[in-house]
Design a protein around this ligand. Structure first.
Ligand code: SAM
Ligand code: F3S
Length: 457
């Protein structure tokens, strides 16, 4: 029987990507088979996120449950990866001596050498201060060179093109936990996209914390930017839709903006986090743009792609945020008419410059602002969904509907799930991985209903 691997993932799409690649790697090198229930596993990993608070608490409550299991099964291997591992390092072993391995976002490829040999007999004192395997360094490119070829899991896939971030926004922990920006070379990225397309992938999402700052080395010694990479990716046979996330407004170059008008495969949706609508707060966040700069990019984007839907991240209650600052954010939301967006209460991250700023805004006020903002953002997103009813949209069919397996599920370019009945003349498998034009007949809070698909290929 193959040994089993369970990975619990917190946080962003980059972490999901890292977990998937970790599973591929450990299957290839150790024959470990990924399972969905931790109770069934021999190796338990948690891939952590520390962007907002309670990251460490979440980690210790997860591995606290596993400690009991390890008492009963000393052969169990427990590992902690991701951004909390990177930040806490050896301190994790101080608090949780039953952890065997601590690895960072840039060293997951070294896991095969770090994992202890399976122990089949004898007892282990799980509370002893054994030397754990700890490696939370940032060895740049080595990670991607040492990971196996990605395996497709359905018609959509993430492709990580960049690691780290060098923007150092004053509230953000990412540059400290994931290291400085590093772009994967052009050839490596295209080879990964070709391999995924050959396995049936039709839609790719290019990933990076600051993805539009990507500058990949070319085979001829030159450099290529994200707009060029997108044009090449769109030419890969089979690839019909491309997304990229997360972008920084400052890196939204004219060539990238123009790509939204010229590359058909580029989805009509862009996640472009603005964080705040107040120039003073943006300055203190060290975002390096003003509200007018942001609006200017939005105007240029919509000139090139009039149906572009835009979403954003917002931080509410940044230290010193006045009611007027917050109102400026609400005004910006109206002006841009953002689609489904994310918003968070500011959370002081140890070691970041903003954590030193005096913060006089009471939590009750921050919560009240967050609920006002989220209320308006949900109304706007619902309005977009309602406006789609009665028109046809292109969707990529991803698989059976989650609610009713007799139906199918796909996703629109503007990132909405559409459930629809499979036409009688086809079986479901025939449609999965195909683009269809579908009429939207109803809109709900989290999905749309479609009918009458027109098969395109
Ligand atoms: N690179 C992206 C950008 O340019 O904005 C953001 C990446 S960050 C990991 C994801 C989101 O988490 C941010 O856009 C921000 O809204 C939120 N975030 C980051 N640090 C935060 C903090 N200390 N408190 C609250 N939200 C935070
Ligand atoms: Fe964080 Fe700002 Fe980079 S939000 S990931 S430091 S662009």
């Amino acid at each position: 029987m193959p040994r089993k691997l369970y990975i619990r993932t917190f946080g962003c799409q980059m972490n999901e990507y890292d977990s998937a690649r970790t599973a591929d790697l450990l299957e290839e090198s150790q024959g470990l088979e990924r399972v969905d229930r931790p109770e069934d596993a021999d190796v338990l990993l948690v891939n952590t996120c520390s962007v907002r608070e309670k990251a460490a608490e979440k980690l210790f409550s997860e591995i606290g449950r596993w400690r009991q299991w390890k008492k009963e099964r000393p052969d169990l291997v427990i590992g902690v990866g991701g951004c909390v591992a990177s930040q806490e390092g050896a301190a994790i072993r101080e608090r949780a001596p039953w952890v065997d391995v601590v690895y960072g976002p840039q060293t997951l490829h070294r896991l095969p050498e770090m994992l202890p040999e399976p122990k089949t007999s004898g007892s282990v004192d799980i509370e002893s201060k054994r030397r754990p395997a700890i490696d939370i360094t940032f060895p740049e490119i080595e990670k991607f060179d040492r990971l196996p070829e990605p395996r497709a899991d359905g018609p959509t896939a993430f492709v990580s093109i960049m690691e780290g971030c060098s923007k150092y926004c004053t509230f953000c922990v990412v540059p400290y936990t994931r290291g400085e920006e590093f772009s994967r070379p052009f050839d490596a990225v295209i080879a990964e996209i070709v391999s995924l397309a050959e396995q049936g992938v039709r839609e790719i999402t290019l990933l990076g914390q600051n993805v539009n700052a990507w500058r990949g080395a070319m085979y001829d010694g030159g450099e290529c930017d994200l707009a060029e990479l997108i044009a090449y990716a769109a030419a890969v046979p089979g690839i019909g839709r491309i997304r990229y996330t997360t972008s920084h407004p400052v890196e939204m170059s004219e060539s990238l903006i123009k790509a939204h008008g010229s590359v058909d495969a580029l989805a009509e949706h862009l996640h472009l986090p603005v964080q705040s609508g107040s120039d003073e707060i943006l300055r203190r966040m060290k975002r390096n743009y003003t509200v007018d700069d942001y609006l200017d990019k939005v105007r240029r984007l919509r000139e090139n792609r009039p149906d572009l839907s835009l979403s954003s991240d917002f931080i509410v209650g940044f230290p010193g945020e006045s009611e007027a600052d917050f109102q400026a954010t609400m005004d910006l939301v109206e002006e841009v008419a953002f689609d489904a967006s994310f918003s968070f209460i500011y959370s002081a991250r140890p070691g970041t410059p903003a954590a030193e700023l005096p913060d006089a805004v009471p939590l009750s006020i921050k919560r009240e602002r967050l609920s006002r903002l989220q209320g308006r953002l949900s109304e706007l997103a619902a309005g977009v969904s309602r406006s789609m009813v009665g028109s046809r949209y292109r969707i990529l069919v991803e698989g059976p509907s989650k609610k009713d397996h007799r139906e199918l599920r796909g996703r629109t370019g503007n990132n909405r799930v559409v459930n629809f009945p499979c036409p009688e003349r086809f079986d479901q498998a025939h449609l999965v991985g195909r683009f269809v034009d579908i009429e939207i007949v109803d809109a709900f809070a989290n999905s749309l209903r479609g009918s009458d698909p027109l098969i395109l290929e």
